[in-house]
Every structure is written in C-alpha cells, then in structure tokens.
Write a protein that binds this ligand. Structure first.
Ligand code: KG4
Ligand code: ZN
Length: 354
C-alpha cells in the first residue's frame, strides 16, 4: 500500500485537471487545456477561464475516475487546489470538490498550488510502462518556476518550507509569455521560444542577467530582461528572418537559464544541500533541463525534474500533496489562499482554520 487513494482537482488558471493517485503513484491524470481559448487574447482572460472550467470540470473528473478504474466508493479522500490562482477559476474546482465531499462524506484537503508543484518531483506512474519508484520526501532546494512564481525554497520535509528568494517583478514564465507576445509568437510563450531557441545563437545578443552580483542574494528580477528585448527590437526593428528571430529567442533563453541555474547552484552550496528539484511549467524548458544536468554532474548535485507531463499544471501533483497532508495528520480543510506565500505559517500541517 503506497498511501491513500485520492481524487484531486486543479483549476487555478487555464487548465481543468483531475487525477486519481495512490500516495505519489499516479493512476490517472486528465488535463483539459484552455490554451486555444486564450491564445487569441495573448494571455489568460479570467472570466473566460472560469466559464470553461465550469464546462470541463465534470467530464474531466469522470474521465480521471474511469481511466483509473475507480469509483467514488474506492476513494479515501479528496484534494483540491485552494490557491493561489484566479479566484473565479479556483472556485469551480473548490465547489466541485466540496460538492463531492458533501455527498460522499470523504475528507477534503485544500492544497497550495506551489506545494503541488513541489510534490510533482516525487510522482511515479506506469504511463510509459515503466514504474518510477516514488521516493520519500527528502530535504532539498526547490526552484519553483512557473507563470506566476519564481522562487527558491528550502524544503526540509513535507510542509516545511522556507523561501530563500523570489522574483521582485515578473516570474520566469511570465517573462517568456511577455517576450513571446512582443515578438508576435502567441501564447503561451515558453514552448515556442524554447523551440526557436534551439535553432539560434545564444551569444548573438548580450541580454542582461539581473541580480547576480551578491553571492547570498536569492532574489530574481526578469522585467529588465523583458525591457532589453523590447529595446533591442525598437533599435533594430522586428526580426526580418527566422535566423534573427531564433537568435533573439536563444539569447533571451540563455539569460533566463543562466540566472536560474546560477542562483539554484548558489543556494545549494550556501545551504550545504546536495539535492536540487526544479518544478513548475518552466521546468519543461529543454535549455534549462540540459544546463541543469551539466551543472548537477559538475557540482555533484542530485537533480530531480518531473516528467514533462507533470511540469505544467495537473491534478496528480495536487493529489500527491493531499495524500501527504493526510498521512501527516493534517486536518481536512479548504481555505482559499489566493495570495499567500508557501512559507506562511498557515500552510503548515497544523493550526489551519477552516
Ligand atoms: O506551472 P504552469 O503550468 O502554470 C502556473 O502555475 O503558472 O506554468 C506555466 C508557464 C507559462 O508561463 C509558460 O509559458 C511556461 O510555464 N512554460 C515554459 C515552457 N513550457 C511552459 N517556459 C519555458 N519553456 C518551456 N518549454
Ligand atoms: Zn502551476
């Protein structure tokens, strides 16, 4: 037995997701993406996101149960993302989960979205026919890189988080999305810039690497980099060829990857921690993953990044975090935490109020 069987729901932004997990082992993970809905607006439109979650949430939950071969009577508990995120979007998942809890009597655990991403590095499944053994929640430094967050967090155990540094302005994923918009590449920006960067010269343009001078500063800033790309296009005009475009993307990505990797290494060194986990949507980035692997070998770090399917938003990570909360004896409560940081005392395993 590898933990309680959890049905989990995630709806914090533009993905409606449901999953069935046993502890950290994934039995099903269904994600209905709204990317096409928001693409034409160049970013997520909150009202549209809520409406599409309303339409998708029931089929997605049914799909997750069906794929896992589960029915509600075989589930031990429910999990749901309780924030941070878009309030209207979150409420769709939260109210669905509350409804299920009311009719089944199952305990319902609210999960902080970023705690879900932290849990994603531990997920195991049999999707490829290969079982990845779920590991215990070992102490590590987590680099959380998504559309809304860029943070270095010291993780001493489940529920024990200390933020070492966060972004002062844009998150890394947000910088990708804004630069893509500026270059006319659509939304979301990460995957398309990542693809173009692979064709370009990362040394073509010397874009700035912010906040690298102080050794023990683990904060980030990406808005200057975004402005530097804008200034470059104002001075030189918009790229006239695919080569020029690829060079801008490669040089931008090199700056992001450089800063993220260097700060993560420094944090591991300063804390004397040899495990580095990189999670969140941006952890799917090929350039970042390749560079991290090099650094891990050079510095003797144990690197963990989730499989690509669990980098972006999904409910399997929320289920795993809910399972861990349940096993740790946390009370089953759902408290919306839209802007609360992950090291807030109220996120800890005890002392929450409903
Ligand atoms: O974790 P996530 O799915 O949602 C949030 O919690 O924000 O992250 C979404 C972000 C978006 O900004 C998207 O552009 C970025 O992750 N992203 C990437 C890549 N794939 C997604 N950024 C860089 N390279 C990628 N391959
Ligand atoms: Zn996320």
């Amino acid at each position: 037995m590898s933990g309680p069987r959890i049905l989990a729901i995630e709806s914090s932004c533009d993905e409606t997701a449901a999953a069935v997990v046993r502890g950290f082992e994934v039995e099903s993970s269904v994600v209905a993406s709204q990317v096409e809905v928001h693409a034409r607006f160049g970013g997520v439109v909150p009202e549209l996101a809520s409406r599409h979650h309303l339409g998708a949430v029931v089929p997605v939950v049914r799909g997750a149960l069906r794929i896992a071969g589960a029915d509600l009577s075989s589930i031990d508990a429910l999990g749901v993302t309780a924030g941070p995120g878009l309030v209207g979007a979150l409420l769709v998942g939260v109210q669905m989960a509350r409804g299920l809890a009311a009719v089944t009597g199952l305990p319902l655990f609210g999960v902080h979205h970023m705690e879900g991403h932290i849990a994603s590095a531990f997920l195991g499944d049999t999707v490829d026919g290969v079982r990845r053994a779920p590991e215990p929640f070992a102490p590590h430094v987590a680099l959380l890189v998504s559309g809304g967050h860029t943070e270095l967090v010291r993780v001493d155990g489940f529920g024990q988080y200390e933020i070492l540094g966060a972004t002062r302005d844009d998150a890394a994923g947000e910088a990708y999305d804004k630069v893509a918009k500026l270059l006319g590449l659509g939304y979301p920006g990460g995957p398309v810039i990542d693809r173009l960067a692979a064709e370009g010269n990362p040394d073509a343009i010397a874009f700035p690497r912010a906040m690298l001078t102080k050794k023990h500063n683990f904060e980030f800033s990406f808005s200057g980099l975004k402005t530097a790309v804008l200034v470059h296009t104002e001075r030189n005009g918009m790229p006239r060829s695919r080569v020029e475009l690829a060079d801008i993307c490669a040089s931008f990505q090199a700056a992001v990857v450089d800063v993220l990797t260097r700060k993560a290494r420094r944090a591991c060194r300063a804390l004397g921690v040899s495990r580095l986990h990189v999670v969140g949507g941006v952890s799917a980035n090929r350039g970042l993953r390749a560079r991290l692997e090099q650094v891990a070998i050079r510095d003797g770090l144990t690197l963990r990044v989730p499989p690509l399917r669990y980098c972006g938003d999904n409910a399997a990570m929320i289920g795993a975090a809910a399972a861990a909360r349940m096993l740790a004896g946390a009370p089953p409560v759902v408290e919306l935490h839209t802007s609360r940081a992950i090291d807030d005392p109220r996120i800890r395993l005890t002392g929450e109020s409903s």
